[in-house]
Design a protein around this ligand. Structure first.
Ligand SMILES: [Zn+2]
Ligand SMILES: [Zn+2]
Length: 134
């Protein structure tokens, strides 16, 4: 008998926090489609992500343009985790895994897995070169 994977063990309050769609950013209160509030002194919305690194914009200390992320109605990373199947449970993304096993793709504005998932269709396999048999 295997033990049950109890989803509630380590999520604490996160599950409630991540569940569902929000019309306004929980931190800076902008509406969906509006850029998170950020000022030139380096303070601003806690949720906005740097468009160059995908990480929290508040802690981004790099001398580049962090861009202006808009609030999508979903917590950053939630949709990426859902797409990748990295969920603790409904509405509870495995963000730790996202940040450790995926890398931010600037062009797609999305997290992509560092190692491609092993889901290639049977016909998609690259034919091995030099399959000669003597
Ligand atoms: Zn915000
Ligand atoms: Zn940045």
């Amino acid at each position: 008998m295997s033990d049950t994977d109890n989803l509630d063990t380590d999520t604490r309050g996160l599950k409630v926090r991540f569940l569902g769609f929000r019309e306004r950013c929980p931190d800076c209160d902008v509406a969906v489609g509006e850029a998170h509030i950020h000022d030139e002194y380096g303070s601003g919305c806690d949720i906005a992500r740097c468009q160059a690194t995908g990480l929290q914009r508040l802690i981004c200390d790099t001398d580049h343009d962090c861009g202006r992320e808009v609030w999508t109605g979903w917590w950053p990373g939630l949709l990426d985790c859902e797409r990748l199947g990295w969920m603790h449970g409904p509405g509870s993304p495995d963000l730790r895994r996202l940040y450790t096993e995926a890398t931010w793709d600037i062009d797609q504005h999305a997290w992509v897995p560092r190692h491609p998932p092993d889901e290639a269709g049977p016909g998609d396999r690259v034919r091995s070169p030099g399959g000669d048999r003597a």
